[in-house]
Design a binder for this molecule. Structure first.
Ligand SMILES: Nc1ncnc2c1ncn2[C@@H]1O[C@H](COP(=O)(O)OP(=O)(O)OP(=O)(O)O)[C@@H](O)[C@H]1O
Ligand SMILES: [Zn+2]
Length: 701
């Protein structure tokens, strides 16, 4: 039961900061929260980016993790949270097991029969049987020190497992089915992965991952030989013609304008060099995920008609020091031979973070990679015809050496699109889709502030899927509307069994939010009220904040006070109707919102006279770029007391206002609650008509 500003963040988004720009769920799930204990154990020069794939790999290897669980894990990271900071936790280099591997001799062939007798096999017997294809499946204990095997003839045996980095590879290359015993303790996937990725399996996993990405095992028996590692060349893609033009990138006019210069240069280098003009070698595309940075880079190449080389910086960095640097060298070698061309480096922050900033010392591999990149960029003169575009959403963490003149000295901001931009993006993504006449992009655009291009693409796609599921020939506004709500608030649980009593309670609760919202001066209009359960919420009230408000990101003191009153309206209605003793826990999200707003008003926005116009508690940061707005306390106990008192006062004041509105307009509260019980959803217009019938005053001061 949450009062939801669909378009502002809400309780659905977990720990998200209330006033931050909305971050609708997108289809992308790239970040995985990895427990510190595992991070500390991983080899020093892997990047965090590898970890999801590592986990995915584990998921593939160990069938007890389903992809769905991995997705569920993704959502543990609040959408706006910064990626876990890698620099603070760069662990000490761990000697690579693969170097030992070089010295290891292959196990001697066994003379025993293929399948040993007994229920306790020696490790060498086990390996031998595996290589002869006599082992069907193995099941590791949770700590990985023993395994249970099932032989092809159905016999079972136990093996004590030494720390052998090759084991997983050997098992996999002999098509042995691998799983891990599920424990009865622990809390789900975290502890599972925690126990799973004890060092040798982690190494083995990475080893496999690496080998896979190299295009298959290097030899029979799965022993590819560690020397393969240095020779990777396939870490970038080369597209001779992207076929993407600026017209495929809707909105982003400013960015296109700035990049037009790059296009001109690539098309006509002589014109510039004849005049002695210095052409930028590198250009940084900065903006939140999904805003079309990659698309823009492709469009630059497409417009100029030059080849497009792309790679993700995280893929440069692998297990061995020096590999990343050699990959960078390969990439530029190739690019220079095809100049003029575009080199696009995505997620440059993965290698481009400030050097030597980590607690555990520097990360050699990353440093070498970035040094190589800088060398390459310094190496080609302004007119070599290779232009490097790099993308990041964390420009703040980049090494300043990258931003020096002659490197990425230009920044192009690719921001979330505005109303008009969203209309055009919707148009682009409805090309080739059959749309009903009632679809109005303008209206959809107004309902989707904060959406990125990727979000809008996802929206249109979801709508198309819905239309197909409904056996329609066209996508109508209903499908788009339903898809939108689904994206914002999670799917409706239409079949959830809700008792009459609960339905009534939720109806009054939501009616309370809506009523207070409608009667607060200059508050956002109510768009829809629903008592169909959705996600965690028993019911929802949608408001439609104005575009200007969202775009400016500015909120007045009175707006925030209103917001708190609206959020409290649910609980107040419960109290008034059902009595103090019968209020429920349904308002807990509302309370969280309220206290967050109140605290921010006092601590950060200077809205408290006693604290004054200062920001205390936390270093701030720009949530737009995913920086942490930490709530770390950096003030004295005495100040903390004042803060607490001020926060409480704000909340109490809001509570009183909500109560006053609800008690004076209780007739409308009843009407709306009845309507909700009958129809389950009520839209804004219908709700407002209750006021006209009831002759309530619309705005009370
Ligand atoms: N301005 C836009 N016009 C049309 N489509 C867009 C636009 N922005 C994003 N998209 C769509 O969203 C998809 C994802 O965009 P893209 O990968 O370019 O984003 P990005 O900024 O590079 O994201 P990330 O930082 O996650 O890599 C694109 O394939 C494209 O279809
Ligand atoms: Zn509520």
């Amino acid at each position: 039961m949450a009062s939801t500003k669909p378009l502002l963040s809400s309780s659905f988004h977990g720990n998200q900061i209330f006033l931050s720009p909305p971050t609708p769920k997108t289809t992308k799930c790239s970040k995985l929260l990895i427990p510190q204990s595992i991070l500390n154990r991983r080899p020093s020069n892997t990047t965090l980016k590898n970890l999801p794939s590592q986990a995915t790999l584990a998921a593939l290897l160990f069938s007890s993790i389903t992809p769905q669980q991995t997705l569920a894990l993704d959502t543990i990271n609040p959408p706006n949270a910064p990626p876990p900071v890698i620099q603070a936790e760069a662990p000490k280099p761990i000697p690579s097991p693969f170097s030992q591997n070089l010295l290891m001799t292959a196990p001697k062939p066994q003379t025993q029969s293929d399948i040993p007798d007994g229920t306790q096999w020696r490790y060498s017997e086990f390996l031998n049987a595996v290589k002869k294809g006599k082992v069907e499946r193995v099941r590791f204990s949770k700590d990985g020190t023993t395994l249970q095997l099932t032989a092809v003839d159905g016999r079972r045996a136990t093996v004590t497992v030494p720390s052998d980095p090759d084991l997983i590879d050997i098992l996999a290359s002999n098509a042995v089915d691998i799983s891990v015993a599920e424990g009865d303790s622990g809390n789900g996937l975290f502890s599972f992965i925690g126990n799973l990725i004890f060092p040798f399996l982690a190494f083995a996993g990475l080893f496999l991952l690496f080998r896979r990405s190299q295009g298959g095992p290097g030899g029979p028996g799965g022993f590819g030989g560690p020397m393969d590692f240095g020779r990777s060349k396939s870490k970038f893609q080369e597209v001779p013609e992207t076929g993407v033009s600026f017209s495929d990138v809707a909105g982003a006019d400013q960015a296109k304008l700035e990049l037009q210069e790059v296009v001109d240069f690539l098309k006509n280098p002589d014109k510039y060099t004849a005049l002695g003009a210095k052409i930028p070698k590198g250009c940084l595309l900065v903006g939140p995920p999904g805003t079309g940075k990659t698309l823009l880079a492709r469009a630059v190449a497409g417009e100029a008609g030059v080849p497009f080389f792309s790679c993700a910086a995280s893929e440069f960095v692998e297990l061995f020091v020096g590999v990343g640097a050699s990959r960078v060298r390969d990439l530029f070698e190739k690019a220079k031979s095809k100049a003029p061309c575009i080199v696009f480096i995505d997620e440059i922050d993965a290698v481009g973070r400030q050097r030597g900033a980590g607690l555990g010392g520097g990360n050699d591999e990353r440093e070498q990679t970035i040094n190589q990149l800088l060398t390459e960029m310094d190496g080609f003169s302004g007119n070599s015809g290779v232009i490097v575009l790099a993308a990041t959403n964390r420009p703040d963490v980049l090494d300043s050496a990258l931003l020096r003149p002659g490197r990425f000295d230009r920044q192009v901001t690719v921001d979330r699109p505005d109303v008009a931009g969203r209309v055009r993006i919707l148009q682009v993504h409805s090309r080739g889709k059959a749309l009903a006449k009632d679809v109005d992009f303008e209206k959809i655009s107004r309902r989707t502030p904060g959406f990125t291009g990727a979000d809008l693409q996802n929206l249109m796609n979801e709508a198309a899927i819905l239309a197909a599921r409904r056996d329609l020939k066209e996508i109508s506004k209903d499908e788009i509307s339903d898809a939108l709500e689904r994206i914002i608030a999670g799917p409706e649980k239409k079949n959830a069994v809700v008792s009459e009593a609960k339905k009534k309670l939720v109806a009054y609760h939501e009616a309370g939010h809506a009523l207070v919202g409608a009667l607060m001066p200059e508050y956002d209009p109510v768009a829809k009220i629903s008592i169909i359960p959705r996600g965690q919420a028993g019911g929802l009230t949608f408001f439609a904040p104005s575009e200007e408000r969202l775009e400016s990101g500015l909120y007045s003191r009175s707006y925030l006070e209103n917001q708190m009153a609206v959020a409290l309206g649910g609980r107040v209605a419960e109290e008034v109707i059902f009595g103090d003793d019968n209020v429920t826990t349904g308002a807990s999200n509302d309370f969280m919102q309220v206290s967050r707003v109140a605290r921010q008003m006092v601590e950060r926005f200077g809205f408290s006279k006693k604290i004054g116009q200062v920001a205390i508690g936390g270093s701030g940061g720009n949530p737009f770029l995913g920086q942490q707005m930490s709530s770390q306390k950096d003030y004295s106990m005495a100040t903390a007391d004042v803060v607490d008192t001020e926060v409480r006062e704000l909340v109490e004041k809001a509570y009183e206002r909500a109560k006053q509105i609800i008690t004076t307009h209780i007739d409308i509260l009843h009407k709306l609650a009845l309507l909700l019980i009958e129809k389950e959803t009520v839209d804004g217009e219908e709700f407002m008509s209750l006021f006209i019938d009831g002759k309530a005053e619309l705005f009370v001061a």
